[in-house]
Design a protein around this ligand. Structure first.
Ligand code: ADQ
Length: 738
């Protein structure tokens, strides 16, 4: 059985220490519950911080804690008080949390906190490194550990890494504010699979990758120079049965055995049978929008005075991050607004808000969910929001109305709830009224749909779905690794070529022999490349053929006096050493005017793009345009051209940030075959990086050795990472004996 590691900032356990006794109990809820079903399937271990300040414990106590944690398959990452302050309360909760929740006004930019964040991520990586025996899969969780995937990957390239972000990923316009944005994205891209709650967070992330790193994105895959990273959304579910069963169980209990909360609610209901309880539960966090919610409730009491004596808001705020200033400030604000509303609307017997600032045992929580007729959950931003799902799961008779903010990830899956804008007091007040007046049949109808969905995509399904996708990514990776040009395959090629007297090398230029630059005119060959190609061509047993999409003029200028055969415009023209340019097949270019005017329309609407005119083709370049706009326009352009080109006997070629329109039936593969027919060779090597080179790889005889540069799918025999690797292989080939 393979071993599997789960990594999160905090371990999923509660630790109680008395004089000489240490008690460790598993936490309940959210992630811990979701993973417990998965951990049964694998031999797994959880690495995270225990939250204990070990400087306050004796050596004996520390030993006991570690032993007890081991029994629960947990491993503590020891954090000092200072690290907790700078990494957790600091960078995680004063920089990333506010920024990712769109509270840019609260973001702190402290270099010292960033340094601590890096140090602690490294500390996690070190503990992981000590526990890697037999491990082939790691799942890292959340925003405290954004740099960790890369740190692990660098040390253990063969381990498959999944990463899940539990909070939103913000729009690029916000994310770009961060001075450390590139390091953060690169850190995350160390993972093989990146998971988000919703498609919106996924697309914001993709946009940041495109803009900051310029990587190519193919729907949900990112082609980084070294690997393909898969990105997908996995909306986290809850343990549905746990809530549903607990609610049923609570109802079955005799009056004497019921929880205090339930007894209190029932007693009140007997006195005031018209009462509707409105439930609000969150951690006390500015992202949860408590102030807005209270103000909307106040607005409701003003606007709909007929309901003043008939509603009670049960406001449960769980203390959270008390060390962070904004949280303390918020607590005072909530206290004040609650006081104001109660002061204004209370009578001798009743007050409109029951306010609790504390955590509650699970049974009480379920009783509140089960008993309250309405849930008012209106965060300003929330990655998912499990409370909304737990409320619906606890509605055993299907009655109840959920009012949910459109800014919670959960709103994407819960459209049967009353969806509101958390900043719109009037809309929330109307939703409360609608909820109070909603007929029972409608409540049951809406909740049945919601419950069926939550039952199906529960937390267990969420976790297994993520891990199955991770396994598929691993299999794809292995397919890729099987094509990777290894030292031994390199030696094999060199040996085969050594024995031959007649070798030919078909080499693409841009992206294969040089890297990409913004302006194609700046991609001149450097001295090292000239020397390398000259040396290769100098051997009478070798023929060097440069085969490119470039135009004749450029290649004349760069290689006019060189001893290489040149093929340009994707196989329209060829030039043997010392002779003039010839056309591979006679072609017509009368189509250019009509296509040019269509392309000009795209240039006008896509700043940074331009048209390159070749003898028998027109090329639209968008490398310098806004990456997303360029990408979208390229799709539009292809779409528009499809019918045009078919009528004119043309075809569309899509290269790296270029779209080329050219005469049909001309390609690098055919051109290469022409050269081979004129003068056969017994050893053939072909190297290229883009889609147009796939023709070359597939037309050449089977015994040819074909190599693809980069990550994309290919029919080539081997893959290498970049042009530097190509140069190093060619260098070795120049050393092959004459
Ligand atoms: P949170 O911001 O903590 O989680 P949420 O998803 O609502 O928000 O989870 C809160 C959990 O705490 C629920 O499981 C709930 O049962 C429990 N809880 C709430 N009030 C309680 C109380 N008074 N006593 C005891 N338990 C209580 C982060 C993100 C979310 C995302 C989750 C999971 O901010 O957007 O949904 O992670 O990915």
């Amino acid at each position: 059985m393979s071993r599997f590691l789960i990594i999160s900032n905090r371990l999923p356990v509660q630790i109680n220490i008395s004089e000489d006794n240490v008690e460790v109990t598993p936490s309940v809820g959210g992630l811990a519950t979701g993973m417990s079903s998965v951990t049964k399937l694998f031999k797994s271990r959880w690495i995270g911080s225990s939250g204990l300040d070990k400087s306050l414990l004796s050596a004996q106590q520390i030993k006991k804690v570690n032993l007890a944690l081991k029994k629960h398959a947990c491993m503590d990452v020891n954090l000092t008080r200072e690290e907790v302050e700078l990494y957790y309360e600091g960078f995680s909760n004063k920089t990333i949390w506010p920024l990712f929740h769109y509270f840019s006004q609260f973001v702190e930019y402290e270099e010292e906190q960033w340094q601590a964040y890096k140090r602690v991520n490294q500390k996690f990586a070190d503990v992981i490194a000590e526990n890697m025996e037999g491990v082939d899969k790691i799942w890292v969780h959340d925003y405290h550990l954004l740099l960790l995937p890369k740190l692990i990957k660098e040390k253990f390239p063969n381990v498959t890494i999944g990463f899940f972000l539990h909070i939103p990923f913000p729009s690029y316009e916000l994310f770009r504010i961060l001075p450390w944005r590139t390091e953060i994205i690169e850190g995350m891209l160390g993972a093989d699979l990146l998971g988000f709650h919703t498609f919106d967070y996924e697309r914001h992330f993709m946009s940041s990758v495109r803009r900051l790193l310029g990587y190519d994105i193919n729907i949900d895959e990112i082609n980084t120079p070294k690997r393909i990273v898969k990105v997908d959304n996995f909306p986290m579910g809850i343990d549905y049965n746990k809530f549903n069963d607990a609610a049923l169980e609570s109802q079955r209990r005799s009056v004497r055995d019921r929880s205090e909360v339930r007894k209190e609610l029932e007693r009140y209901y007997l006195l005031y049978p018209e009462t509707k309880f409105i439930l609000s539960i969150d951690r006390l966090d500015y992202s949860k929008g408590l102030i807005n919610r209270l103000e909307a409730f106040e607005y409701f009491l003003q606007e709909y005075s007929q309901y003043r004596d008939k509603v009670t808001l049960v406001l449960l705020a769980v203390p959270s991050r008390i060390g962070v200033d904004q949280y303390q400030q918020m607590k005072s604000e909530v206290d004040e607004v609650v006081g104001r509303i109660n002061g204004e609307y209370s009578t001798i017997n009743r007050s409109p808000i029951w306010y609790f600032y504390r955590s509650m045992p699970f049974e009480n929580l379920v009783d509140l969910y089960n008993y309250c007729e309405i849930a008012l959950i209106t965060p300003i931003r929330d990655g998912m929001n499990l409370v909304a799902k737990e409320y619906i799961a606890s509605k055993t008779d299907g009655r109840g109305v959920l009012i949910l903010s459109e800014m919670a990830g959960a709103a994407k899956e819960m459209s049967e709830a009353l969806i509101v804008n958390p900043n719109d007091k009037a809309q929330i007040a109307d939703a409360i009224k609608q909820a109070i007046e909603m007929p029972l049949e409608e409540q049951i109808e809406r909740n049945t749909v919601l419950q069926n969905r939550l039952k199906r995509y529960n937390v267990e399904k969420w976790a297994t779905d993520f891990l199955n996708t991770l396994d598929n990514v691993r299999q794809d990776e292995q397919k890729y690794l099987a094509k990777r040009l290894t030292a031994s395959s390199k030696n094999k090629i060199l040996k085969e070529f050594e024995g031959s007297n007649n070798r030919i090398f078909f080499l693409d230029y841009d992206g294969t022999l040089t890297g990409f630059v913004d302006n194609p005119q700046h991609a001149r060959p450097d001295k090292e490349l000239y020397e390398l190609l000259d040396k290769l061509a100098e051997n009478p047993k070798n023929r060097v053929v440069l085969i490119s999409g470039r135009d004749k003029g450029t290649f004349d200028e760069w290689f006019g006096n060189k001893p290489y055969t040149l093929i340009v415009e994707h196989g329209v023209w060829y030039r043997h050493i010392g002779s003039s340019w010839k056309m591979i097949e006679p072609l017509d270019d009368s189509w250019k005017d009509s296509i040019r005017s269509a392309l000009e329309f795209y240039v006008d609407r896509t700043p940074g793009s331009f048209i390159e005119e070749k003898n028998y083709s027109l090329v639209w370049h968008y490398r310098k345009s806004d990456p997303e706009l360029g990408h979208n326009r390229a799709i539009e352009l292809k779409d528009e051209m499809t019918s045009l080109v078919a009528n004119l006997n043309l075809e569309i070629l899509e290269g790296n940030k270029v779209i080329e329109i050219k005469n049909q039936g001309i390609n690098k593969g055919q051109a290469a075959l022409k050269v081979l027919h004129a003068q056969p060779a017994d050893k053939i090597l072909a190297i290229g990086d883009d889609w147009t080179d796939e023709f070359l790889f597939s037309y050449l005889p089977e015994e040819a050795v074909t190599i693809k540069v980069g990550m994309a799918k290919t029919v080539a025999d081997y893959k290498v990472e970049n042009y530097e690797e190509v140069r190093s292989l060619l260098q070795k080939l120049t050393d092959v004996e004459v």
